[in-house]
Design a protein around this ligand. Sequence first.
Ligand code: P6P
Length: 333
Amino acid sequence: MKRISLTQHLIEEQRLNNTIPAELRLLIEVVARACKTISHAVGKGALGDVLGSTQSENIQGEIQKKLDIISNEILLQANEWGGHLAAMASEEMETIHPIPNRYPKGEYMLLFDPLDGSSNIDVNVSIGTIFSVLKAPEGMGTPTEQDFLQPGRKQVAAGYAVYGPQTMLILTTGNGVKCFTLDREMGSWVMTQSDVQIPADTKEFAINASNARHWHSPVKRYIDEMLAGRDGPRSKDFNMRWIASMVADVHRILNRGGIFMYPADLREPDKGGKLRLMYEANPMAFIVEQAGGAATNGKQRILDIQPERLHQRVPVFLGSKSEVELVTSYHKE
Ligand code: P6P
């Protein structure tokens, strides 16, 4: 297969298929370049004095790792001068980040989890960056949090970078899902998959099973039936994976099928699970649907959820369509 770069792919999409406006192409190029910089920082490990935690907590009440802060700064500095954005929002920042007045403003809004999987940073397990792109509402003045609260189906692009044995960028602009592998010698993203399709069926599920006693009954039923194996109602044996980096679990599922679950649980029923809607569940749901999979909160399509708060959490069931539909049907009974 003749390999093409991310730049060539984006220019062809813009010129030939007219699917990506020039400003969106610029935005994606800038974010992709920032992910290269984050990959470089992550890769230094202990040699770069980037491991370990800071003394500060983020809006989520989580102790911030040094690399959380570094990655957030990289994305802010890479994007604020370009003139393609009106504002940004991040898991690591309580409020939205308007573009400083000294820079031109654009029609897009960028949301991101700069480094997802922080608990894995210090033990050298894959982590990643997740991003989501929305259009600024028509006639928007000074951006407010309210302008970001659009359902996930309004996203114009979404993607993630996974910093693992390979550094990869997975991208959708609404015309399927493409994968790019970082060529470290050239410093460029090279397309290595042009049309990702999630297998509809699977034998693999991903959930943090230590929370089992806190699950609602539809989740308990769904998991118990898989654990019963070939002698149970599913008539086949299943395997389990849980990397505790959503990016890594989702990437495996994109490539070999599976279902990823972070359900709400009985400890804090109104918390809505652990994952955030705007910059984790929505971008991943967009990617998974574009790859032929499904993504719900147990009751409805994640992309149809009307957000109420920037950092709100949502239960997540996503991956192989038949499995997501089955566990969602149990919630409806
Ligand atoms: P737990 C990482 O902190 C994260 O937000 C997701 O990337 C991951 O899937 C989940 O939390 C892991 O949560 O409760 O298993 O540590």
